[in-house]
Design a protein around this ligand. Structure first.
Ligand SMILES: *[C@@H]1O[C@H](CO)[C@@H](O)[C@H](O)[C@H]1NC(C)=O
Ligand SMILES: *[C@@H]1O[C@H](CO)[C@@H](O)[C@H](O)[C@H]1NC(C)=O
Ligand SMILES: *[C@@H]1O[C@H](CO)[C@@H](O)[C@H](O)[C@H]1NC(C)=O
Ligand SMILES: *[C@@H]1O[C@H](CO)[C@@H](O)[C@H](O)[C@H]1NC(C)=O
Ligand SMILES: *[C@@H]1O[C@H](CO)[C@@H](O)[C@H](O)[C@H]1NC(C)=O
Ligand SMILES: [Cu+2]
Length: 555
């Protein structure tokens, strides 16, 4: 009797726990995840691979993040979470907070109401590929699909050099080859060269697949096992069966994999293959592009010695544009605000950079969110945020349509914070830049797929919509960290006057104060005259080195 009620109390606690609290200290330690070269990585509480952050829908998550790096600032973003009502917890530095200085402890606290597959990562400079990134899973007691067991599969590219050492070479206009992104040294599965999942006949497995790459897109295929896609980027979908998926940096897929009904007497391989399309060393014969993992039915049997193959990097995978959200949310409209982002690559500030509508992003002196909260009625004037913050203001409950015209010959995983968005149109890749005409070439889907990262094809365009029902300052950027660092970034200032009902926690202000960083006023820190931007940052940091180009082959 006593035993039973005790169990019930425990069960109740497990199912309805309402707070998830973490004390995380980030610090350097040496790891060798691909077995090819040890290097310093950013670990959490001495643990690397970093822990998966689990929560339940409805929980309040609190993270006391201590910067134990000693020699670098940091910051943390929760990719895919809307931070509805908690805009100050979003994490990108100089957008919603100051960088966290060495020795500082910074508190993130917010409620999670979105089920599904997310991830966390540093959003400070180009820091996350040095190891500060991991899975964030939000469990949903009413998930509309049945499964027996959940597995997490984190795909990642991996570099032997640290990002701060590679950035100058990428930005340099004199490096050879010029404009070549450093090519990763290997592909990792759950931060190892290979990984195995133990499989039992007749069971159904939910694989939560997350691409935490800096650069590489992955194709994923399981030998003789179909995947049924049920979620993308936190949005449940109508089940779609496929044997090949394509995942860009930042994207997530949940797939159901049903094991063979009876013991097959063998094991099966799967492959996570990096798409070398944008690798300037292509064919990259020195880069292990493919990581092979295993579905293990019988550990006494050998692992297969070949991996599943696929015929092409450009076709044969499931086109995410065709997915249908489970809730069948209809296409939003009519559009009340359209923003067009014309993206170019070229030489800006004497560096190899990207620009949006002619401006290559430069961090403002004051985090843009702090300027909004300080500016009173002037918050609706984009000029106060500084030209180089690429500020775009949208009004509360606007139906916003964003057009991304990609004037660059590479494809880009486009990401926006604070929302997921409905895909209205996506062009194929072109060899010369094609801009959106303003009217769709095909009828947009009646119930478009929603995601928070969508690839815009080389020289092509992307059109998406969302409702401006989440006041905040939301970063818009390419999720290739090289490109973000090179200025492929804009600031969406959503419902600034409504946003002024929110406030900044004292602990966040401390982080600015302790480093003597301005936290009030316009982009230049001017509190007397908001339209006076004298002293604002008008250029990015200067790098004087830059012959080094990572793993790419000089031409
Ligand atoms: C910070 O320290 C780590 C570990 O010693 C080192 O690998 C890294 O290069 C340093 N970073 C900078 C920016 O100096
Ligand atoms: C992850 O995304 C990057 C960038 O789009 C891509 O190049 C890489 O192949 C992806 N990796 C996987 C395993 O999907
Ligand atoms: C990786 O897999 C693809 C697709 O099967 C194949 O074409 C390619 O040759 C493989 N690459 C390497 C380096 O093994
Ligand atoms: C944010 O919360 C408001 C109020 O509950 C709601 O109307 C709105 O749809 C939410 N927005 C998002 C993006 O979740
Ligand atoms: C504020 O600064 C702007 C730009 O420098 C200037 O044109 C304007 O006169 C100033 N306003 C006041 C009240 O000083
Ligand atoms: Cu990009």
């Amino acid at each position: 009797m006593f035993y039973n009620s005790y169990l019930l109390v425990i069960l109740h606690y497990v199912l309805y726990v309402s707070a998830a609290t973490y004390n995380w200290n980030v610090g350097w330690q040496t790891e060798n995840p691909d077995g090819l070269q040890p290097r310093p990585v950013i670990a959490i509480n001495g643990q690397w691979p970093p822990p998966t952050l689990y929560a339940n829908v409805g929980d309040t998550v609190t993270i006391y993040l201590k910067n134990g790096l000693g020699n670098e600032t940091t910051g943390m973003h929760f990719h895919g979470l809307f931070q509805n009502g908690t805009a100050s917890m979003d994490g990108p530095t100089q957008v919603t907070q100051c960088p966290i200085g060495p020795g500082e402890t910074f508190t993130y606290t917010f409620q999670v109401n979105q089920p599904g597959t997310y991830w966390y990562h540093s959003h400070n400079g180009g820091q996350y590929p040095d190891g500060f990134r991991g899975a964030l899973i939000i469990h949903d007691p009413s998930i509309p699909y049945q499964y027996d067991k959940e597995e997490v599969l984190v795909l990642s590219d991996w570099y032997h050099s640290q990002i701060p050492d590679l950035i100058p070479g990428f930005l340099s206009t004199t490096a050879n080859p010029h404009g070549a992104e450093p090519v990763p040294n290997s592909a990792l599965l759950n931060d190892n060269p290979t990984t195995s999942f133990s499989i039992r006949p007749g069971k159904t497995y939910l694989f939560r697949i997350i691409n935490v790459s800096n650069f590489a897109s992955f194709l994923l295929k399981f030998d003789q096992h179909q995947m049924a896609i049920i979620e993308v980027d936190g949005v449940y979908t109508v089940k779609q069966s496929t044997d090949l998926i394509y995942i860009t940096a930042g994207q997530r897929y949940s797939v159901l994999i049903t094991a063979k009904a009876t013991a097959p007497g063998q094991n099966y391989a799967f492959v996570g293959a990096m798409d070398p399309d944008m690798f300037d060393c292509y064919p990259c014969s020195n880069v292990p592009l493919n990581a092979t993992g295993y579905l293990v039915y019988d550990s006494s049997k050998p692992l297969p010695n070949s991996e599943p193959t696929f015929p092409s990097y450009t076709s044969g995978f499931y086109d995410d544009f065709s997915l249908v959200p489970y809730d069948k949310q209809p296409l939003l409209g009519p559009v009340t605000k359209r923003i067009t982002f014309n993206v170019e690559s070229g030489t800006y500030f004497n560096q190899n950079r990207f620009a949006i509508n002619g401006n290559s992003y430069v961090e403002p002196k004051v985090p843009t969110l702090y300027t909004v909260l300080d500016a009173g009625h002037e918050a609706t004037n984009p000029a106060i945020y500084g030209q180089y913050a690429n500020p775009y203001i949208i009004s509360h409950n606007d139906i916003v349509e964003i057009v991304v015209n990609n004037g660059d010959s590479g494809g880009h995983p486009i990401h926006m914070h604070g929302h997921n968005f409905q895909m209205v149109e996506r062009s194929p890749p072109f060899t010369t830049p094609h801009k959106y005409s303003g009217t769709p070439t095909t009828t947009p889907p009646a119930t478009p797929v929603r995601r928070d990262v969508m690839k815009v094809q080389a020289s092509g365009y992307l059109v998406y919509r969302f409702r401006a029902d989440n006041p905040g300052v939301w970063a818009f950027h390419c999720h290739i960290d090289w490109h973000l660092t090179a200025g492929f970034f804009a600031t969406i200032i959503e419902a600034p006057l409504a946003l002024q009902a929110q406030s900044i926690p004292a602990n966040h202000i401390q982080a600015c104060k302790h480093q003597h960083l301005p936290y009030r006023g316009n982009a230049a820190g001017n509190t007397h005259n908001y339209t006076d931007l004298t002293g604002a940052n008008n250029a990015p940091p200067v790098y004087n080195t830059g012959a080094y180009c990572g793993n790419c082959k000089p031409s």
